[in-house]
Design a protein. Structure first.
Length: 85
């Protein structure tokens, strides 16, 4: 938990995830118990967390890109266009 709360690289990835337009990041995404357990038993905890968050962020970015085609939430014109298609 120390690295999650203090490491600038990890904090930066969490912030990037929180700023993605089409997905939500909650505390369960940030405090991934499975990843924490794996990293606690690994050799280099920080490297393990950086790698883990990088993978999670990449998956979230892909999910956000996939949803981008539907338009921003509240974009009625885009929603109508999608319905017509």
């Amino acid at each position: 938990m120390h690295e999650i709360c203090t490491d600038n690289q990890i904090l930066g990835m969490i912030e990037q995830a929180r700023n993605l337009a089409f997905v939500r990041v909650d505390s369960f995404w940030v405090v991934d118990r499975r990843m924490l357990d794996e990293c606690n038993y690994g050799g280099d905890i920080r490297r393990c967390l950086v790698d883990g968050y990088a993978r999670k962020l990449a998956a979230l970015q892909e999910e956000s890109r996939d949803k981008e085609g539907y338009g921003r939430p509240g974009d009625a014109a885009r929603a109508q266009e999608s319905i017509q298609k």
